[in-house]
Design a protein around this ligand. Structure first.
Ligand SMILES: [Mg+2]
Length: 414
């Protein structure tokens, strides 16, 4: 087995800004984000900070006043996602010179399988780092390990500008003291639960009884144990295979045909939430939002709009879908089906995900409550969404609704 490489850009957004604007170099810089949540709450949050800013204790997720308190001279830059995405795509070109097995993990991270022996892999990583520095004036940290799990762990061990190897024979010693949450895929909640069971380190996870883990974590129990042993057999996906997913969509046939705009809006909201949830599951963000409504005579209206930036926020998708829907008003006929889909996809940007978590709490509960109030308790249950679930990812956003439409036809004629 040849090793896997993980490359993670250092303080990516801030580094790109410093590279583009020489007056920011060597200074504490924070990149601020604006999201739908911000607009609502009038808040601006630190998305990334330069290493100079981190020395003052500035961290991702802090508010601007907090950052200014820690470092009055901090330079504020409004984030420019298109610039970062564009730079990422150019960086991918460098990786692709060596292998098509390049799998973006977030906007500034990739897994790469160069299919080369350890020493060659290290040489390749060095060349990639050099070319990125020369081409873009920014640094990255590389990790090399026997698999994705350990390669990712390695890249985080010597930041910035690191090149770290984790050889298989070193894993047991390393894992002995490694906190479980350092393993990619073990989130805060899982770590808390593990800690409660007395499992604090990766090594302890590896030697835990599989039965215990299955009792507390269900089907992922055995996988957790394997993670604790440093085992990860997931392959690095081909860069081009990633592009097969072109859109994520959901449609739903209403319980009865209706001309009630509020009900249709509520369903669009539900669709947007479902699409958002699945995009997060697939770690995707998209830029083009499509909305469809099908009338009671099976004619439909379908339009799309392009957002300023990539998103997987349910609220942002909903807002775009509502704008489209408003363009269909006034309704000439009753509506029997609604759908929302998102295309122009890219791998998820972890920084954006932070905002999503902040905004998420208040979303779905309210909606489910409103729908249940309208239709009676337990109206919104998984079964009512099963068909939409099966609908899954379609090749073209224009296809949204087709599947369910066909089903309805066959149901009618039988
Ligand atoms: Mg990074």
């Amino acid at each position: 087995m040849t090793p896997i490489l993980h490359i993670d850009m250092d303080a990516y957004f801030a580094s790109v800004e410093q590279a583009c604007n020489p007056s920011l170099r060597g200074k504490p810089v924070v990149v601020c984000g604006e999201t739908s949540a911000d607009k609502r709450w009038g808040r601006t949050i630190i998305v990334t900070s330069s290493y100079e800013a981190r020395k003052f204790g500035i961290k991702t997720g802090m508010s601007v006043p907090e950052a200014k308190r820690l470092c009055p001279g901090v330079q504020l830059v409004f984030g420019n996602p298109d610039k970062y995405i564009d730079t990422s795509l150019q960086i991918h070109r460098i990786f692709l010179k060596y292998t098509p097995l390049v799998e973006p993990f977030s906007v500034d991270e990739c897994f790469i399988d160069p299919a080369a022996a350890w020493d060659d892999c290290r040489r390749i990583a060095g060349k990639m780092k050099n070319e990125i520095r020369q081409s873009f004036g920014i640094t990255c940290s590389a990790g090399i390990g026997p698999n994705k799990l350990t390669a990712k762990l390695a890249s985080g061990m010597q930041k910035p500008d690191g090149l770290t190897e984790i050889r298989p024979e070193k894993i047991p010693e390393l894992f002995q003291k490694l906190p479980v949450q350092e393993l990619c895929g073990i989130g805060e909640k899982t770590a808390e639960k593990l800690n409660f069971l007395g499992i604090k380190t990766a090594g302890q996870l590896g030697s835990a009884r599989e039965g215990l883990l299955t009792t507390h974590f269900g089907v992922i129990g055995p996988r957790l144990k394997r993670m604790g042993l440093g085992i990860d057999e997931s392959p690095v996906a081909s860069y081009w295979a990633e592009r097969i997913i072109k859109s994520v969509g959901h449609t739903h046939t209403l319980p009865e045909d209706t001309g009630d705009i509020e009900i249709i809006r509520a369903f669009l909201r539900l669709m947007a939430e479902k699409v958002s949830d699945r995009m997060m599951e697939y770690k995707l963000m998209g830029k083009t939002v499509s909305a469809v409504i099908r009338y009671d005579d099976f004619e439909s209206a379908n339009r799309q709009t392009t957002l300023r930036r990539h998103t997987n926020s349910g609220l942002a998708i909903y807002e775009a879908a509502i704008k489209i829907f408003n363009g269909f008003l006034p309704l000439r006929k009753n509506v029997r089906m609604t759908g929302v889909s998102v295309s122009s996809l890219m791998p998820e940007n972890n920084e954006q995900f932070l905002f999503e978590r902040l905004a998420k709490n208040q979303r779905l509960d309210k909606l489910v409550h409103a729908l249940n109030k309208k239709y009676g308790d337990f109206f919104v249950k998984p079964a009512s969404l099963l068909i939409a679930e099966n609908f899954g990812i379609k090749d073209r956003c224009g296809m949204i609704g087709q599947h369910i439409f066909d089903k309805n036809i066959s149901k009618k004629s039988s």
